[in-house]
Design a protein around this ligand. Structure first.
Ligand code: ZN
Length: 351
């Protein structure tokens, strides 16, 4: 089996593909495809071209798309992917309603070109029952405490099942104070003259309706004032995925970390506990959060020489941060930037 992993050059975003080919036939057969994240805030058109180019050969069936979290730069290309390929499963972190509401607000407020968020359109459609029942894909939600590895094993086709696995971990915010602030935001929306119309009488939000309200400029400026009272920020739900051969002696794995905020010691401990980050299992590491988070705890990630890939916009002065580059280099790793101006970065292995 031939395995091809590609870090696509889409600037500040994330679009990573893993494809399996059985070369024992006269014509190599593309037997399985996986995607981790699908977004770009540098150049969405380039990402869409990249999707077309990547999936114009072989099968257009994607066994699973993993979405680390719901921010624009990781999800805004998903609609195009769904329109061009047959996606069987979308694997997402299981998140409480309070947090999804806040993520949608973040997406709406960062839009520079007007009140329209591609990520929110996709998110509200996959989260609304009516929306995704009409689609071909299945939504697989990964909880923070569940044994997810068995569930993910079930997504692999027979030809790959014995040689490969995906293991997911959802890193969340354990702070009760933060959760309380998030909940207060939801409560104030429920009492707000405009936004209360998006809630059903049982307190459950209607995501498409909420998304519709977020497309109005007046509503957005009103919301900006409301949100600023709650001191919320960052990305506190993020799904990390280890993509690994079942034979742990093979140096072929990749740890996809999305935008995990690993300054938090307990999250780093969870990560190290689940994945042997300092072993030779992982050949590649997707550097968390576009390399912006530099602190001592992260150095543990780089203790085994590996390819450390940072997805950034060309010329970004802060990403990767100097401390991150330093941590990688002093631990013998190779810090590789993939921007909208570089070539795709590709690794091939034979299993
Ligand atoms: Zn990001």
């Amino acid at each position: 089996m031939r395995f091809v992993r590609t870090f696509h050059s889409v600037g500040h975003g994330a679009f990573y593909t893993e494809r399996f080919y059985d070369d024992s036939y006269n014509n190599p057969q593309n037997v399985a495809n996986f995607v981790y994240d699908c977004g770009s805030i540098t150049d969405l058109q380039k990402l869409q071209q990249e999707i077309n180019r990547e999936f114009n050969q072989g099968t257009k069936i994607i066994n699973a798309v993993f979405i680390s979290h719901f921010h624009e730069d990781h999800i805004n290309g998903l609609g195009h992917l769904l329109g061009n390929c047959t996606v069987q499963n979308i694997v997402i972190p299981k998140m409480p309603q309070d947090f999804i509401i806040y993520a949608m607000i973040q997406n709406a407020l960062i839009q520079k070109g007007g009140p329209s968020s591609t990520a929110n359109d996709i998110l509200s459609s996959i989260l609304s029952e009516e929306g995704h029942n009409n689609e071909e894909f299945q939504i697989v939600q990964i909880g923070e405490d569940d044994d997810n590895d068995t569930t993910l094993k079930g997504l692999l086709p027979p030809s790959v099942k014995d040689i490969w696995e995906y293991r997911a971990l959802v890193l969340t915010c354990k702070s009760q104070k933060y959760k309380n602030r998030l909940h207060s935001l939801t409560q104030s929306l429920q009492q707000d003259a405009i936004f209360r119309t998006a809630f059903k009488s049982n307190g459950i939000i209607d995501y498409p309706k909420f998304n519709h309200l977020l497309k109005n400029n007046n509503n957005l400026s009103h919301l900006r004032g409301l949100v600023s009272q709650y001191n919320l920020n960052g990305n506190h739900y993020n799904m990390v995925v280890g993509s690994e051969p079942t034979d742990k002696t093979l140096h072929m794995g990749c740890l996809f970390t999305g935008d995990a905020m690993l300054k938090c010691k307990s999250r780093m401990k969870q990560l190290v506990g689940k994945y042997a980050v300092n072993s030779s299992l992982y050949h590649c590491l997707q550097v968390p959060h576009h390399g912006v988070v530099g602190d001592n705890h992260n150095a543990q990630l780089y203790t085994s020489p590996k390819e450390c890939i940072v997805s950034v916009k060309d010329g970004d002065p802060n990403r990767p941060a100097a401390t991150v580059k330093n941590d990688i280099t002093i631990n013998g790793g190779n810090c590789v930037k993939v921007t909208e101006k570089t070539n795709n970065l590709q690794y091939q292995h034979t299993l």
